[in-house]
Design a protein around this ligand. Sequence first.
Ligand code: TXA
Ligand code: MG
Length: 347
Amino acid sequence: MNKKTKTKIIKVRPDNFTPDELYEAGEIIKRGGLVAFPTETVYGLGANALLDTAVKKIYEAKGRPGNNPLIAHISRPEEASLYCETDDRYNMLAKAFMPGPLTVIMKSRGVAAPAVSAGLGTLAVRCPENPIARALIEKSGVPVAAPSANLSGRPSPTTAERVIEDLDGRVDMIIDGGECTVGLESTIVLLDTDKAVLLRPGFITYEELSAVLGSVVISDAVTGKLKEGERPLSPGMMYRHYAPAAPLYLVRSGNSKKRCAFMRERIEKNENTVILCYEGELEGERVISLGKTNDPAEQAHRLFEALRRADELKAGEIYAPYPDKEGIGLALLNRMLRASAYNVIDI
Ligand code: TXA
Ligand code: MG
């Protein structure tokens, strides 16, 4: 889609709307257009997952590499069996976490358009909890293929303003449904073999998944750097991603006072430095708070917005704390390692 498309922007209140407000959006999707919409994780860029021509427009609008598959969004967890070979493990996950911020990848039945799976024999499905997202899928009457609604490589958008920044003029409609509650993309689990593999950590944690499935393997790609020429299970893990314009460095130290001293020194030496840190640690115009030290859910909620804010401040370099990997911390660590292209400073 070229940049001259006229983008219609509508406001919908998540706590108070009638499904009819999404009638036009549903029609656009059904007929092969693009609609950006809120979910509880991040904003998505949706197209009819049964129409290959429509799905291909997503890749074009985002500048997304054609080998990076998309998630098919459904309005009820049971619908997954129409498109994938579901099993008991899926049913257990659905019962525990759906609707919600979880994506499951299974063998595809070949019903979804080929471009959704980008040539793989598997399909990712997710049933979002956000009421606007669900009403949109219902109005469309089809599964909705949707990646995050950012230009490829940039931090995912958690508000409509950030979607407009990236996609105005490239999509048919943007639904402004306020701020996303979770702020990081869904947890992704791969179930195409007997082994359950955690491909992307999120708000639903490794610990929670293990409690339901018994055993879950964490993919090397979650915190590891892929070796030259290695093919990841999830093609999206190949790229430097979620990245602000300036280089980002993760500062790892067992001692937060030492870390803060290091950060303060950086900011005093270089007026283009932007610091991400926890509440109460440092102050100043170029310091962005990620929330309380002991509240990784809040940090997750703020991370992408903080990275975009650093861009707005025209940061020349950005420093952020290296997060603990327990619980939701693993999701933060995964996104921050990729956003920093694995630039870690140990002090
Ligand atoms: O929370 C979310 O999941 C958001 C909202 C919009 O639902 N969506 C999202 O989509 O984050 P996206 O495209 O930005 O990330 C999807 C990830 C990519 O890394 C992609 O490679 C992987 O899922 N993926 C999708 N289908 C796959 C498949 N069949 N096999 C392996 N990885 C897959
Ligand atoms: Mg994305």
